[in-house]
Structure formats: C-alpha cells, structure tokens
Design a protein around this ligand. Structure first.
Ligand SMILES: [Zn+2]
Length: 221
C-alpha cells in the first residue's frame, strides 16, 4: 500500500491510499480527473472518499465523486450514514472532531496491509491521543517565527485554525510508539513555513522516515 499526494495546501488537497486493487481517496480538493489519471483510469478500485471539512481546498470537487457514485464519508458536512458502512471494508475509518473555523474531522484509518494510519489537517491542535499508530499524516502549517512578519489580523486567524510547528512536534511526540513507520507533514503554508527546517526538526523526534507532502510525493507504507 502506498500514499500518493496529488496536492497539499491551500491550492487543493488530495491523497490516495492505494495498492493494485483498492484505493481510499482522502480529500476532494482537486478535480476527479486528476485522480483518474493517477490511478491509470482504474477507478473501480476506489472504495470511497473521506473529506475533513467544507473548505474549497478540501471539498471543492466532492460533487464529482458523488456524481459517479463513490461512497463518501464527510461527517463534518453531514455525509456519514451508509457511507461509513461502504468504506468499512477493507478500510475501517473512524472520525474525530478537530479545531477549525468550521466543523472539521480527522480520520483514523485501519487496513490489514497498513495498520493504523492517522490523518489530521486544518486544526489548531488535537484533543485526543492515539495508541499503536503505524503512520501519521499531520498538518504542519506554519511556524510562529515566520508568521511574525505578517499583520496581526492574519496571524489571529491562522493561529486559531491551523497547526503550528511546535504543536505538531508535541503531537508527534505524544503519539509516537515503537510501531511508528512513517510521518508525513501536510498543508505547509507557502508563506510561513520552511520545509527543510520543519522536516529536520520533526526528524529529530523520531527514527522513522519523515516526508513533506507536495504534489507528486509518493511513498510506500
Ligand atoms: Zn480549512
């Protein structure tokens, strides 16, 4: 099973969790045709799509998935019943609330090939702790240091809705265990992040590989 990133950030978010026969799409922030291309047009293997919240960079193209009958799990947008059952095999997906300016959820995804994968984006912080995680995909949007250059009004909004580097590091520290195999940093801000520094600082906390999500990133789980 592998992760393919088709976009991560305010221009559009979409990740594929897939092998030869199964695919779970995470976020609908890029056109469905891009997903088709990435899957060599084998869209029958898509078992469902999970969407964290209604903002365009995460949900703009959800209607395209609904139109072709792909099961949707987007609890923050009211899509949950039925879709949950449809996605529960072979992927078992559970959602939990995050802290954003609109209702938003993270996902704990379990699969026999993957183990336990946690997906968290667009949140100031995470209220919960998770055990035995094998893979963490977590937002690392900005650093306080780089944000200081911007006007206070922008700072206020970002601080209440997105995850800062030190919060991200604390989250990884609190949820890491022997089983952890990969960490992927998501949704880095174009203006207030530094990919090299963020990756280096997170790498100091853990033994396993650390990736930074960007269009075209692909890695094995
Ligand atoms: Zn958002």
């Amino acid at each position: 099973m592998r992760i393919t990133c088709l976009g991560s950030g305010s221009a559009g978010n979409c990740y594929l969790l897939h092998n030869e026969t199964e695919c779970l799409v995470i976020e609908a922030g890029i056109p469905f045709k891009e997903v088709k291309k990435a899957l060599d047009f084998n869209i029958r293997k898509i078992v469902g799509i999970v969407v964290s919240h209604e903002h365009g960079d995460h949900a703009k193209y959800l209607h395209e998935y609904i139109k072709v009958g792909i099961p949707v799990m987007a609890p923050s947008m009211g899509h949950i019943t039925g879709a949950l059952t449809a996605i529960s095999k072979p992927f078992a997906v559970r959602s939990f609330p995050l802290v954003h300016d609109v209702p938003c959820t993270g996902f704990l995804i379990e699969h026999s090939e993957v183990g336990r994968l946690l997906f968290v984006t667009d949140t100031e912080y995470v209220r919960y702790r998770f055990k035995n995680l094998n893979h963490i995909m977590v937002e690392c949007n900005y650093s306080n240091e780089l944000l200081q250059a911007y006007h206070e009004s922008l700072q206020g909004r970002i601080k209440l809705t997105h995850m800062e580097l030190s919060t991200c590091k604390d989250f990884i520290q609190a949820n890491k265990g022997h089983e952890l195999k990969t960490v992927c940093l998501l949704h880095l801000s174009g203006r207030t992040s530094d990919e090299v520094v963020f990756k280096k600082e997170v790498k100091e906390l853990i033994e396993c590989p650390v990736y930074v999500a960007d269009k075209g990133l692909e890695y094995e789980l």
